[in-house]
Design a protein around this ligand. Sequence first.
Ligand code: SAM
Length: 275
Amino acid sequence: MNGDNLPPLREVIASHGLAAKKSLGQNFLLDLNLTRKIARAAEISGRTVYEVGPGPGGLTRALLLEGAARVIAVERDARCLPALVDIAAAWPGKLEVIAADALELDESQILPPGTAIAANLPYNVGTALLIKWLSSESWPPRWSSLTLMFQREVAERIIAKPGGEHYGRLSVLAGWRTRAKILFDVNRNAFVPPPSVTSSIVRLTPLAAPLAPAALKDLESVTAAAFGQRRKMLRQSLKKLGGEALLEKAGIDPTARAEELTIVQFAALARALSA
Ligand code: SAM
């Protein structure tokens, strides 16, 4: 038995009364061709997959159809649970559903090492989880890849390189520990209801070791200060952290601005801060 016999998602939504709730950022994907494309992009065949926010289960079904060994799905909207129970019944032993807020879950208790993470999440939750996943104490992390849906503009911030308007704290954190790539865009009309902007699928794979040595908390301190006043020269924006002396210790031009620094230079600043 496999999930091919499940009813179309439109029927699932109607029969379980899953009208999308704005407060939970619900924009559902109903086209199984699209969710299967996302599942293939996540390269999950034979792996355990952690899916956050399965909703009525469009991506969940695609992950199972594309060969996930097992899916662990976390959903905070209890209305969606019966629809997910139907999927679990169609795929015996392969889907485990956890009713919880993913932001509060201690994943180290749930995820076996090597788990692939895949999600179509509301933008604010997605960014908060991305930061949580990138801020793992130890590196490489437990997860083998992240395949996530974001608003196009957020996706551009994640992959941005120095010199552009999108380059910021998220780009430094993501680029320091992962290789991040936009795989493809998803038109707003693919969602029910459609969000206001285009979305993109981003895939992040962890580097074996961060791009340059630094303590995460010091890297966060320097990027927060530098990008908090991104139009100012670093000697001004980093004043509270040591200003010119700190920049000199790191070998960085004090008249440079945040968006001109490479990730390796931010790591040098973080090391200078902890020295
Ligand atoms: N994955 C489904 C799809 O692609 O059609 C649903 C996507 S919808 C954009 C986001 C889903 O995440 C909703 O089902 C919502 O209830 C759930 N969600 C929102 N915040 C969450 C959180 N903090 N923890 C777990 N699930 C959450």
